[in-house]
Write a protein of this length. Structure first.
Length: 280
């Protein structure tokens, strides 16, 4: 069951902990309809991140896709969230939209340097290439060479979200594996949907929540995703999801990130909390 809303001043309970390295969350934390069905009445907007981070174990920052924030803002978000919480973040779209990806090193370093203010709460960085943008393979390979492996002494994790179906093939997967970068697994019918594991972690974006279901996804669907998450975390791969290439190398453990994004967005917090409960 999803956790019920409580009085706005009561955000002191222990936040949920990741189950076997599986983190479940939502995209962003500012959405007006959530003030009717997720945030308690009377909660001031400045405390919405604090509240949300006590109900899910990760949040994907979408606002950075439209423009990077000041380092001080990232530090503020870091300090408003509980110990053990993680953010993922989408890199600014102007970087991935560049016709000369190999020359974006300065912009990449500027963004990574700023968002590194999240410190130990910085999770994967998502590089999203939209549909309709033709990607040159040589430029793309050169771009991946630009992505830093560390920042401020911390290892970085990168996620590739390429939405051009023509670009998704064995060569793309091999390139991601060579660099140890994850590729997005999604259940959306609008974007390439595949579950090949290319890194030591898995990144899934679930985009089929439905408004007529209180928890966004039905119980059967949530149970299925919980089982897939556990299998990924244990080093395996679900056999009921599409894959492009051969199985990944056997692993003893993987971290898993699952985010409920878009679709019936008003239901996504309830979906995330329900999946956390299912994993327990």
């Amino acid at each position: 069951m999803a956790r019920k809303n409580t009085a706005p001043q009561d955000i002191s309970w222990p936040p949920p902990a990741p189950v076997d390295g599986i983190r479940v969350g939502i995209g962003g934390w500012v959405f007006v309809p959530w003030r009717d069905n997720f945030y308690p009445a009377g909660l001031v907007q400045r405390r919405e991140l604090e509240y949300a981070s006590h109900h899910v174990t990760a949040i994907e920052i979408n606002g950075t896709y439209y423009g990077a924030q000041k380092p001080a803002t990232y530090a503020k978000w870091r300090d408003e969230t509980p110990e053990g919480f993680l953010f993922s973040a989408k890199a600014p779209k102007r970087i991935m939209a560049s016709r000369a990806l190999s020359k974006t090193g300065g912009a990449v370093d500027e963004f990574v340097g700023g968002i590194s203010e999240l410190g130990i709460k910085l999770g994967p960085i998502v590089w999203q290439f939209e549909q309709g943008i033709r990607i040159d393979r040589d430029e793309f390979q050169a771009f991946l060479e630009l992505l830093p492996q560390q920042s401020n002494g911390r290892t970085l994790r990168h996620v590739l979200d390429v939405r051009d179906p023509a670009f998704i093939d064995d060569a793309y997967l091999a390139l991601a594996r060579r660099h140890g970068m994850a590729t997005v697994c999604t259940d959306s019918p609008d974007y390439p949907s595949f579950a090949d594991v290319t890194a030591d972690f898995v990144y899934a974006r679930l985009m089929r929540s439905r408004s007529e279901i209180a928890t966004g996804y039905g119980e059967q669907a949530l149970t299925a995703w919980a089982q897939r998450a556990r299998l990924w975390a244990a080093g395996g791969e679900p056999d009921d999801l599409p894959r492009i290439g051969a199985d990944a190398e056997v692993s003893s453990h993987r971290d898993v990130f699952i985010f409920f994004i878009s679709a019936a967005k008003e239901r996504n917090p309830a979906a995330a909390m329900a999946l956390i409960e299912a994993l327990r």
